[in-house]
Design a protein around this ligand. Structure first.
Ligand SMILES: *Cc1c(COP(=O)(O)O)cnc(C)c1O
Length: 404
């Protein structure tokens, strides 16, 4: 794998980074300075097509005028007020989230600051059933805080921090019989992603989600759908589970919701589930403050006004068609839905192709040894995606040439 050529500005900041940050992320690939739409520039002025999108966060791309206007206006009025008080934007956002979720009367929203915090809220919600068991899926990613980490599957993330919270089990994803066998009278919740992004963009079968709904209902357990990555239009529907037709007991949101500002949410469906958490049982200092609420409202309004759900569906299908049309011997296919995609390679070339892509001015994510994840802004155009697809054969060729 080639290391990116670094001029003095990038190199100087990376050296300072290594001496001032806890390097849990390893060495950053680039030092970025600004963005516009689906493009970002590094401190040396080099431009990249951003197909990572802040890991499915920058729903409207960079520097979107609606987001800039909403956040600028709000920060000029008030950024933060504590949860002793509320604001018009916070109430409007909660109402808007419940509306797009088609949540029934008596549903509710708790605002947090991240995906992991939304999952923490879901874990605490589940404890209020009087049960403690949680069933999650193999390959699952639900975050890195100690509670969420217990639901995350990857041993390398978990093992250094054991023991985690008890009574969590993992079952093979998309396996109805395994789920049925794991859910018992002591199961408080089943937690599932509609698309396992971190596992390499693996889509849940709609029939699997429907079976999970039926199994949890029969057992008196909650069904929690983790929409942190798949929600807010990413799949071409408002939520990844929408197409399955199920109504979950709760869902978690974060990543795309704030368009780059940090906000997470737990949505509870119906009065019985919403009533499980009562005054004093949970909280957050920053959660849902006016600044992030204004940002999220502008994201949701723009997705609606600009018809981005249809755009995401069509653009995602175009990506699949364009990659398929390459008929490239090293490309096995494209997984995923909407603009939550993985280009699957026939061998472990993903890290090499990612480095070659960066040199050529494209940012992608090697989510698995053989898979490139693409989670670009929902606003990206076909022409922009085509730039990458057209370059892909030469990126693969460069990678294979430089392989030892
Ligand atoms: C990213 C992610 C999380 C964790 O979100 P953070 O904001 O990083 O805490 C949880 N669940 C899913 C499905 C995610 O993709």
């Amino acid at each position: 794998m080639s290391t990116p050529a670094r001029t003095s500005r990038s190199q100087e900041l990376l050296d300072r980074y290594e001496h001032s940050l806890i390097t849990v992320f390893g060495t950053p690939q680039l030092v970025l300075e600004r963005g516009d739409g689906a493009w970002v520039w590094d401190v040396d002025g080099k431009r990249y097509l951003d197909l990572v999108g802040g890991i499915a966060v920058n729903a409207l791309g960079h520097n979107h005028p609606a987001l800039v206007a909403a956040v600028s206006k709000q920060v000029g009025e008030m950024a933060h007020i504590s949860n002793f008080f509320t604001s018009r934007v916070q109430v409007e956002l909660a109402e808007r989230v419940l509306a797009i979720a088609a949540a029934p009367e008596g549903s509710g929203v708790f605002f947090a600051n991240s995906g992991a915090e939304a999952i923490e809220a879901a874990i605490k919600l589940s404890r209020r059933t009087g049960r403690t068991g949680i069933v999650a899926a193999e390959g699952a990613f639900h975050g890195r805080t100690t509670g969420a980490l217990a639901l995350t599957h990857k041993p390398a993330y978990r093992t250094p921090f054991a023991p985690l919270i008890e009574h969590v089990s993992h079952v093979p994803f998309n396996d109805v019989d395994a789920l049925r066998a794991a859910v018992t009278g002591s199961t408080a919740a089943v937690v599932l992603e509609p698309v396992q992004g971190e596992a390499g963009v693996v889509v849940a079968d709609p029939a699997y989600l429907r079976a999970a709904r039926e199994i949890t209902t029969a057992a008196g357990a909650l069904l929690v759908i983790d929409e942190v990555q798949s929600g807010v239009g990413r799949t071409g529907d408002w939520f990844g589970h929408t197409a399955s037709g199920i109504v979950p007991d709760a869902m978690t949101l974060a990543k795309g919701l704030g368009g780059g500002l940090p906000i997470g949410a737990l949505v509870t469906f119906g009065p019985a589930v919403t009533g499980l958490l009562t005054a004093g049982q949970h909280g957050s200092t920053f959660g849902g403050n006016p600044l992030v609420a204004a940002a999220a409202l502008s994201v949701l309004a723009t997705i609606e006004a600009d018809g981005l759900l249809d755009h995401v569906t069509r653009t995602g299908e175009h990506l699949v068609d364009a990659v398929t049309a390459l008929e490239h011997p090293d490309v096995a296919g494209v997984r995923g839905r909407g603009l939550l995609r993985a280009i699957v390679l026939r061998s472990d070339l993903a890290a090499g192709v990612t480095a070659a892509a960066r040199d050529a001015g494209f940012l992608v994510n090697p989510v698995a040894p053989d898979a490139l994840r693409l989670v670009p802004p929902l606003t990206i155009t076909r022409d922009e995606l085509d730039l990458f697809v057209t370059a892909l054969p030469s990126l693969i060729a460069t990678t294979k040439e430089s392989a030892p």
